[in-house]
Design a protein around this ligand. Structure first.
Ligand SMILES: [Mg+2]
Length: 245
């Protein structure tokens, strides 16, 4: 199993805190321990098992980590591709994506993932989701998570089962973006202090956001990107954009 390991020194973490994350609370006490952040690349969700231990909090990204869309426009690849190609059209791209997401069906990125989540939950491990999806597609999101056979509400560490941004164990970063900021607020309110946060995400920027805000083991999961050349039709994606205009 190939594994890349990236260690961030305390000074590097401090530099990143000051330089790139305006919403992250800066530690103002010399005595206060700075959060440690490490990032590893995993090839399969099975690899997560080695970090599972009593007291940890496992947090799943949704798009291109837990699941992916069967429909092209609802797929996270389409949104990211269109935003790169047409950076001035963000609102229209979002509207088209949301319309598609509202009716799209999803499947797990790896077939084994829902079973793994259930097995960790059965062992009493706290497992929840953290998505940057907007609340306007909340109902569709809840349906799609159920569709792949996952129920995060059983083990998310919340005092209240539902709040403005938490629904069925899924925290919507939404206007609380970036993810590190959203999670920091949520955990402070839930009074849950995990021994370690394990975040699985296909985007390194999200892993860094959480890791730098709170300390975490960030598991970078680029499986969808790695199979993109086999499964993703760029010309068709662009054609669908043109047809939507
Ligand atoms: Mg994602």
């Amino acid at each position: 199993m190939k594994m890349k390991h990236i260690s961030y020194s305390l000074w590097t973490a401090a530099f990143l805190l000051f330089s790139s994350c305006a919403t992250t609370k800066i530690h103002d006490s010399a005595q206060q321990a700075r959060p440690s952040f490490e990032m590893h690349e995993i090839e399969s969700m099975v690899d997560v098992e080695k970090w599972i231990a009593p007291g940890v909090l496992v947090i799943f990204d949704l798009d291109n980590t837990l699941f992916e869309s069967k429909d092209t426009i609802a797929h996270a690849n389409w949104f990211h591709d269109m935003l790169k190609r047409h950076p001035d059209e963000e609102k229209k791209i979002l509207r088209m994506a949301w319309d598609a997401i509202n009716v799209a069906d999803y499947e797990p990125v790896e077939e084994i993932t829902p079973n793994l989540i259930r097995s960790w939950q059965d062992r009493g491990i706290a497992v929840m989701a953290l998505t940057s999806r907007d609340l306007v597609i909340q109902e569709a999101t809840l349906r799609q998570v159920r569709q792949v056979g996952v129920d995060f509400s059983k083990t998310s560490p919340a005092r209240k089962r539902e709040s403005k941004y938490l629904h069925q164990g899924i925290l919507f970063a939404s206007s609380n973006y970036p993810k590190g900021y959203a999670l920091q607020k949520y955990l402070a309110e839930s009074h849950f202090q995990p021994t370690r946060i394990i975040l699985i995400d296909d985007l390194k920027k999200n892993l860094k956001s959480v890791g730098e805000a709170m300390g975490a083991v960030g598991l970078y999961y680029p499986l969808v990107d790695n199979k993109r050349h086999l499964e993703w039709d760029e010309a068709n994606a662009e054609q669908l954009w043109l047809e939507g205009n």
